[in-house]
Design a binder for this molecule. Structure first.
Ligand SMILES: Nc1ncnc2c1ncn2[C@@H]1O[C@H](COP(=O)(O)OP(=O)(O)OP(=O)(O)O)[C@@H](O)[C@H]1O
Length: 605
């Protein structure tokens, strides 16, 4: 089965509702909410007794032992009937509050965030003023002084809490407004109405939904709280008023507290869980299931060996299943055998790395080339043990100096990463933390990998900055990432990667984000460092020029599989696969493949 054969459907297209049903918690919450919503609608027809009807004979009657199924309250009214009759009021409160807050807050937030200018200033000022108003005190005054209905009170409360929605939507919209695809939509001539509806609103919908559900739950809780304080409408049953009655009766019939509390707890937590589920589904967030559930899932998809490997089972198991695929007699630095990485979505699998096997010998530079999405980065991340949690390492083995890496606990991987193998990423500036100086990040990395004191780590960091060709190491050491150029940032990352003399360096398109002249300098630097230290290098690139310049051997990947592998000279002069020929045909310059140096040959020996 290949990635092409198993086309996984995106979760959003399958529908949010189906995704919610797959998660037991959100499915249960949906059932609870649906049940209460149905009860709210049909309650006039299913009430066993009128909710305010008094039967003194059944005052404080015990549950399940009289005409009243859940017992009678201290006035002799049927608790079940009052519980059912309160449902409509609770849902009304939730709906009114969230609709008012969403309509006011979202509309104003979208306009202020998208257009800015005067509307933004005025709206920000107004919503700040509304925020300063003590909402609960206003509500209490409305009830006591004006005797308004719960619906009006909730509408006022919705208005008073709308600033929280306004600020969130405004901030999110301002961020999205600056995205390149929004600029592109403007350039394409789309009217603002369409841009806001199609691009902005879609991008910010997940947190908005989360807040709506939060508001709905808050509406129910606030209404119950006010009723609990005795501020509700007399004669209209509510869960809050039931709690007040039960509280006054706590020494006589404490069980009367249970029913309204359970109803309130169930509905408010169902709103919260569903909103989290919707957010996760819309954003494609991976919700980590328990290890046992994940094991069952993977076993169902692939069988038990993959579950062992993915969830950190014994490394021996992984080695045993794949040892037979190893053909090399000497111990290579890195040996990847039959690696298969897949992602599950909705019960189907997408294989992104399929049966990948290759070696990196000590002191050797191996390039992995291929089009975008061919699985290069996934192979590197599998080696580093940095695949996302949802990834399934379905089969295979990755050994560093003979030690199996797949299935190693994170503690052991931490000792290997940075120390035995290091990584140089593609986007230098996004891989440096903007909150810390270059120096403190280097020192932190060095100290995590060695027993160096702070001073030793500082000296080593400065020496490494000097070694990677930074003219004024101390100045760069003290700078923040935004104060240095992309090329300098890549040098800093290379300095950090090689500081602890790893035996294997994994570089994922280390020059792609840099301009052409800097690319050449960074490649020179990598070549020099490799020659000096004798480390093995696995370099991912789109560019056959980089391969010609730097590598001894090349692995060509397409759609998750290796289509060709060989010494650079051979692949350049006699490419076997049509796809390799096509890639070579797209190389603009005529860079000659590098001949292996005598030193490298010595290192192999
Ligand atoms: N978390 C994920 N869930 C599902 N699929 C993923 C995930 N991460 C990566 N993929 C898929 O794995 C495939 C291989 O991705 P990979 O990043 O390895 O490609 P690549 O060859 O490095 O491409 P590029 O050169 O563009 O970085 C892609 O089709 C990608 O969509």
């Amino acid at each position: 089965m290949t990635g092409r054969a198993i086309a996984a459907e995106p979760i959003v297209r399958r529908g949010v509702f189906r995704a919610l049903l797959r998660n037991p918690l959100t499915a249960a919450s949906l059932v609870v909410l649906a049940l209460f919503a149905v009860i709210a609608i049909i309650q006039p027809w299913i009430l066993p007794y009128p909710p305010n009807e008094v039967n003194l004979r059944l005052t404080n009657a015990a549950p399940f032992g009289s005409d009243y199924l859940l017992g009678g309250d201290n006035y002799g009214r049927d608790i079940l009937s009052r519980l059912i009759a309160s449902t409509r009021g609770a849902f009304q409160a939730a709906a009114v509050l969230s609709v008012v807050a969403v309509v006011i807050g979202t509309t104003a937030g979208l306009i202020a965030g998208y257009y800015g200018r005067v509307f933004d200033s005025v709206a920000s000022w107004l919503f700040s003023a509304i925020m300063a108003v003590p909402a609960v005190i206003i509500l209490i005054s409305l009830y006591t002084l004006l005797g308004v209905s719960t619906t009006v009170a909730m509408a006022v409360f919705g208005f008073l809490v709308s600033p929280s929605m306004f600020w969130m939507v405004r901030t999110l919209t301002r961020n999205v407004r600056n995205e390149l695809y929004v600029d592109a939509a403007r350039v394409a001539g789309l009217p603002d109405r369409r841009i806001v509806g199609r691009h902005v609103l879609i991008a910010i919908r997940a947190p908005v939904i989360l807040m709506i559900a939060g508001l709905a739950g808050a509406g129910i809780a606030v209404q119950a709280g006010l009723e609990f304080l005795g501020l509700g409408q007399a004669g209209v049953p509510s869960w809050g008023a039931m709690l007040t009655d039960a509280f006054g009766n706590i020494y006589v019939a404490p069980e009367q507290l249970i029913w309204p509390a359970v109803a309130l707890g169930l509905v408010t937590s169902a709103f919260t869980l569903i909103s989290i589920g919707v957010r996760d589904t819309l954003e494609g967030t991976y919700v980590k299931p328990s290890t046992r559930a994940r094991r069952r899932e993977i076993e169902a998809l692939l069988g038990s060996a993959a579950a062992e490997r993915t969830l950190g089972g014994t490394a021996d198991a992984a080695t045993a299943t794949t040892a037979t695929t190893s053909t090399s007699t000497s111990q290579p630095l890195l040996a990847i055998d039959g690696l298969r990485v897949a992602y599950e979505s909705g019960g189907s699998l997408t294989t992104v790395v399929d049966d990948v096997s290759f070696r990196v010998e000590k002191g050797e530079v191996v390039g992995v080339v291929g089009e975008s999405g061919s699985g290069k980065t996934q192979t590197v991340f599998a080696t580093l043990g940095l695949l996302p949690e949802e990834a399934i390492v379905a089969r295979g083995s990755i050994r560093l100096d003979g030690r199996e890496l797949l299935g190693l606990p994170e503690r052991d991987l931490l000792e290997i990463r940075g120390h035995r193998m290091a990584y140089v990423p593609q986007e230098p500036l996004s891989n440096l933390d903007p909150s810390f100086t270059v120096g403190s990040q280097l020192v932190h990395g060095i100290r995590a990998q060695s027993r160096a004191t702070k001073k030793e780590a500082r000296d080593l960091a400065l020496a490494m900055l000097d070694r990677v060709g930074i003219a004024d190491p101390l100045r760069v050491y003290r700078r923040y990432p935004h104060q240095i150029s992309g090329g300098m940032a890549q040098r800093v990352l290379i300095a950090g990667a090689v500081a602890c003399t790893p035996s294997l360096l994994l570089a994922d398109e280390p020059t792609t984000a840099l301009d052409v002249t800097i690319q050449a300098e960074v490649l020179d630097l990598l070549r020099d460092l490799q020659t000096e230290t004798g480390m093995g290098v696995l370099i991912v690139t789109h560019n056959f020029g980089v391969v010609a310049d730097l590598c001894d051997r090349v692995v060509v990947m397409r759609s998750g599989r290796i289509v060709e592998e060989g010494r650079v000279g051979d692949v350049f002069t006699r490419p076997q696969h049509e796809y390799t020929r096509m890639l070579l045909g797209s190389v603009l310059d005529n860079a000659a493949p590098r001949e292996a140096s005598a030193r490298r040959k010595a290192a192999h020996a």
